[in-house]
Design a protein around this ligand. Structure first.
Ligand SMILES: [Zn+2]
Length: 492
C-alpha cells in the first residue's frame, strides 16, 4: 500500500514539471468490444469524426487527412470528411500543428463492410404453414425494408420460400412479406395444417369504464394491421379474410361511445371500420386468437385537465453497458438523460403528477421492460428521454436541436405540443417531428413519444447538455407541453 502511494506522488510531480503534451482523443469512430477493424458501409462516401484535443497551445491547428478541422475553445471537434475507397486499409490521420511543426499525431485505420450477397431463395412447393414462435416478432416489406406487421405468438404464416436467414410468406394472394426465420418455429413438427381464407363472423361491441371492446369471431388467427384515420375513426384490416358477418350487437354502454362499426371486403382483405362519438380514447390494443379478434379502445383514466393526478412514465434512454451517444468531450448520453429524468421528475411532481421512472440508476433495462414498467404502473403516457447522434454517413452540419418522435398517430398531437414548448423554453433549433417505428414508442395503448433533446455530437450542444440550467429549461418545456396536451384532451 505504502509503495503505491509513493509511486503515484512521483508521477504527479513529473507531470507538473514538464509542459503538458498535447493529445488527440478520438471519440468516434471507435472500436466496440471484440471488433478489430472499424468498418463503414460499402457505399458511403463521407462520414464524421469527433473528439477532443487536450493540452494544445493556443493558435494550434488540427488537420485530418489534410482537411482543416475546427476546434472549440477547449479543443472539442466534429468534422464531416470524405472516406477512402480502399476496402481494407484506409486511415483517419490526424495531426496537430503547433507553431511550425506537427507535434501530435493519431492514426485510426478503417475498412469497409462486405457488399451484401444476393439472398438465395429455396421455393417451398406446396407452401408450408409455420407459426410465430417469438413475442415481439415483426415482418418486413422486403429484406432491408420497413417493419410491416407485428404478428402475435401462434399466428400461422404461409411460407412460400426460405433462405439462410429469411422466410418469404404470403399475406394473401398477390401480397407478400418477409420475416426473419428466428421468429418462426421452422422445425418440421411445427408445420401447421391450415387451409383456406379466414372466415370472420358476427361481432359484439361492449364497454366499461376502461375500454370499449369490439369482438369478431374468426376460424383461425389472422394477420392484421391498423390505420388510425383520425381521433374518431380507426380501420382494422384482416388479411386473407372473408366476411360472413350478419350482425354486430351493441350493448347499451357501448352505443354511447361507438357510433358505428362497418365492414368492407377489399379483395382478399376485410376492413373493419370503427367510428366513435368523441375523441375520448388514448389508444388501442388488439388481441387475436384461434377463435376471436378483439379490438379494445382504451379510455383515459381521467379526463381532467392539467397534470394533477396524472401518472407519467419517464424513460431515461440506454444505461449500463449501453452508453448511447458520446459527445466529443466524452459525455455519455446515458448519464445526461438520467440526470434530466431526475430534474423532470421533480418538475412534474411539483405540478401534481406522479412519475414512474423506467430506470433510476446506471442500469441496463431492455426496451420491452421499459414498456412493461409503464404498462404495469397504468401510466397515462410515456416519455423517452434521449440526446441525439446521427448514423455514419449523415452530415451533422445540417441537423441541430430538438426532434420528437412518435409512432401511433394518436401520439402525434402529444409530440407536436411537447416539441413546441421544449424548443421555445430551451431556445433550440426545431429538428422536426418524426413518425418513426421505434420499439419504445410502438405501443398503441397509451400515447408515447421519444424526445431527442439536442445533438450530443455537436461540441456546442454537448456543452449545453452538461449544463444543469439547460436540463431545467428542457424540463420546463416538457412540463408545459404536457399541461397543454392534457388541457386539449379534456376539452375534446
Ligand atoms: Zn438515445
Amino acid at each position: 500500500m505504502h509503495r503505491r502511494v509513493v509511486l503515484s506522488l512521483s508521477i504527479v510531480v513529473l507531470l507538473s514539471i514538464g509542459a503538458p503534451a498535447a493529445e488527440i482523443h478520438l471519440v468516434y469512430p471507435r472500436l466496440e468490444q471484440g471488433q478489430d477493424t472499424f468498418r463503414y458501409a460499402p457505399d458511403l462516401d463521407s462520414s464524421f469524426v469527433l473528439g477532443q484535443v487536450t493540452g494544445a497551445r493556443t493558435g494550434s491547428k488540427l488537420l485530418c487527412n489534410g482537411h482543416s478541422v475546427e476546434m472549440a475553445e477547449d479543443g472539442a471537434f466534429l468534422a464531416f470528411l470524405p472516406l477512402g475507397n480502399d476496402r481494407e486499409t484506409n486511415n483517419w490521420y490526424f495531426s496537430l500543428i503547433e507553431g511550425e511543426t506537427g507535434t501530435s499525431q493519431l492514426e485510426f485505420p478503417y475498412g469497409r463492410l462486405p457488399s451484401a450477397n444476393a439472398t438465395e431463395w429455396v421455393p417451398l412447393e406446396p407452401p408450408v404453414w409455420y407459426a410465430i414462435s417469438e413475442s415481439n416478432a415483426h415482418t418486413r416489406t422486403t429484406i432491408g425494408g420497413s417493419y410491416h406487421l407485428f404478428p402475435e405468438v401462434g399466428t400461422p404464416l404461409q411460407v412460400v420460400a426460405i433462405s439462410d436467414k429469411w422466410a418469404e410468406f404470403e399475406i394473401e394472394p398477390g401480397n407478400r412479406g418477409v420475416i426473419e426465420k428466428r421468429f418462426l418455429a421452422t422445425n418440421t413438427e411445427a408445420k401447421l395444417d391450415q387451409k383456406g381464407q379466414i372466415r370472420v363472423g358476427d361481432g359484439i361491441v361492449n364497454a366499461n369504464e376502461c375500454e370499449a371492446v369490439i369482438t369478431f369471431g374468426v376460424d383461425r388467427m389472422p394477420l392484421w394491421e391498423v390505420d388510425v384515420e383520425s381521433l374518431w375513426s380507426f380501420v382494422v384490416t384482416l388479411h386473407d379474410a372473408v366476411s360472413t358477418v350478419d350482425r354486430i350487437r351493441f350493448t347499451a354502454d357501448a352505443a354511447k361511445l361507438i357510433r358505428d362499426v362497418t365492414w368492407k371486403q377489399r379483395g382478399n382483405a376485410l376492413e373493419i371500420r370503427v367510428d366513435c362519438h368523441l375523441a375520448r380514447f388514448q389508444g388501442y390494443r388488439i388481441h387475436a386468437s384461434d377463435s376471436v379478434i378483439q379490438f379494445a379502445m382504451i379510455r383515459p383514466r381521467t379526463m381532467k385537465s392539467g397534470l394533477r393526478g396524472k401518472r407519467i412514465a419517464v424513460d431515461p434512454g440506454h444505461g449500463g453497458a449501453a452508453d448511447g451517444a458520446i459527445g466529443p468531450r466524452g459525455t455519455k448520453e446515458k448519464d445526461v438523460v438520467l440526470k434530466w429524468a431526475h430534474v423532470l421528475e421533480r418538475s412534474l411532481r411539483s405540478a401534481g403528477a406522479e412519475v414512474v421512472l423506467t430506470r433510476n440508476s446506471d442500469s441496463a433495462v431492455s426496451l420491452h421492460e421499459r414498456i412493461d414498467i409503464a404498462r404495469n404502473a397504468d401510466c397515462d403516457l410515456f416519455l423517452s428521454l434521449h440526446a441525439n447522434a446521427l448514423p455514419d454517413g449523415e452530415n451533422p452540419a445540417e441537423r441541430h436541436g430538438c426532434g420528437v418522435y412518435y409512432y401511433n398517430s394518436l401520439s402525434r398531437s402529444l409530440a407536436e405540443t411537447v416539441q413546441a414548448h421544449v424548443v421555445e423554453s430551451a431556445h433550440l433549433n426545431n429538428d422536426g417531428v418524426f413518425d418513426a417505428n421505434l420499439a419504445v414508442i410502438r405501443p398503441t395503448d397509451f400515447p408515447a413519444v421519444l424526445i431527442e433533446s439536442a445533438y450530443m455530437m455537436h461540441p456546442e450542444e454537448e456543452l449545453m447538455l452538461q449544463d444543469d440550467k439547460f436540463l431545467d429549461k428542457l424540463s420546463r418545456g416538457v412540463k408545459m407541453g404536457l399541461q397543454e396536451y392534457f388541457n386539449n384532451v379534456s376539452s375534446r
